[in-house]
Design a protein around this ligand. Structure first.
Ligand code: SAH
Length: 341
């Protein structure tokens, strides 16, 4: 049996026409599932009994089991969910002045091996299916009783290493009859799988792209991100340039500031040279320290100096305010703690 939450509108239409039903039933189904949030097909009132029986045979309306829920003093909530095969994943709900945003996980563990990251300490066991990513948004919205307006694909895992499921997920949550999360309110973050960036440039939803750059040259990036050995910075920048030209969209560059490693004035200037003339927005991120890792957060004054250099050289930049620092909000920390118990 398949989860109904993994079906895009097109897939539902195909299923319906294959069984001799009218394709408009797809829109009705989507409304029942995501608007009325039914937990059984029996709750549907505008379809024939035998059709509902067929739906029950073919689809499950599954749920995620919430293992723990941590609440931060700033309103951030972190959920630990158990999947049907017993694997654990994390999902974060953040409260902003513009609405609620959910950060979703795309894989059980991660194989990218970024040195500073807690997620990568547990290798990838498997990809999440589209429905397991959709369910994170739906379940968090239900449990916290909020309307989710923004989604960031920045939890555990590398979304472009699970490309097809992530694309289905994006189509499903964007559907205006369903969760209706605006494409411009969705951001997918990648550590830089170059060929997928080219593929993503052809994707027709106006979803935002963020790149985890974290270093302005190959020498520094090689030290902290093994992916850089497969796709060095020149190739990554070339792909970003192509993506911008193709989509006309601004790309977000994520840059974690790590003390003594990538946060000097010379790194800042090198970053400006690298990004010169590109339509990008740089997000400087204070590092969330991970006990098992040797890296330290940059000093406040170094972060400000770094920011000022970018600003002065007319790079669009912000120094991200931190959320959920008191609840293991760094990627993978909660899951890793729980598994070590
Ligand atoms: N694999 C994707 C998405 C998941 S990580 C990617 O690499 O972009 C989401 C973001 O959190 C990345 O920019 C990642 O580098 C960053 N990150 C990981 N660990 C962190 C930590 N301890 N503190 C701050 N940011 C972290």
């Amino acid at each position: 049996m398949q989860s109904i939450y993994g079906y895009t509108e097109d897939m539902l239409k195909k299923y319906l026409t294959d069984m001799g039903q009218k394709p408009f039933r797809a829109t009705q189904l989507i409304e029942w599932i995501y608007r009325h949030k039914i937990s059984s097909f029996d709750e549907i009132t505008n379809m024939k009994k035998d059709f509902i029986l067929k739906l029950k045979e073919d689809f499950s309306i599954d749920t995620l089991e919430c293992v723990t829920n941590q609440k931060s003093s700033d309103g951030t909530q972190k959920f630990l969910f158990r999947l049907s095969d017993g694997n654990l994943i994390e999902t974060v709900l953040m409260c902003h002045d513009y609405g609620y945003s959910v950060c979703v996980t795309t894989q059980v563990g991660c194989n990218m091996g970024c040195q500073f990251c807690a997620s990568g300490m547990k290798k990838k066991l498997r990809n999440l299916e589209a429905h397991e990513i959709v369910l994170q948004v739906l379940t968090v919205s239900k449990l916290a009783d909020v309307r989710v307006s923004h989604v960031v694909v920045m939890g555990i895992g590398e979304p472009f290493d699970n490309y097809d499921n992530v694309i289905s997920f994006l189509k499903i949550i964007n559907n205006p009859l369903g969760l209706e999360i605006g494409a411009r309110h969705i951001t997918v973050s990648t550590c830089g799988l170059v060929e997928k960036i080219y593929e993503y440039a052809e994707f027709d939803l106006q979803v935002n792209l963020a790149i985890s750059l974290h270093a302005p040259n190959n020498e520094t990036r090689n030290q902290i991100m093994p992916i850089n050995k497969a796709y060095p910075i020149e190739e990554l920048i070339k792909a970003i340039r192509y993506y911008i030209e193709k989509t006309n969209r601004r790309v977000t560059i994520e840059y974690i500031l790590l003390q003594g490693l990538n946060d000097t004035k010379s790194h800042a200037n090198e970053l400006c040279d690298l990004l010169h003339g590109l339509n990008v927005y740089v997000n400087l991120i204070p590092y969330n320290e991970v006990i098992e890792k040797p890296y330290k957060r940059s000093k406040k004054e170094d972060m400000v100096t770094f920011f000022d250099i970018l600003k002065k050289r007319r790079i669009n930049v912000q120094l991200r305010r931190e959320q959920g620092g008191d609840i293991d909000a760094a990627c993978g920390q909660l899951r890793s703690k729980h598994m070590n118990k």
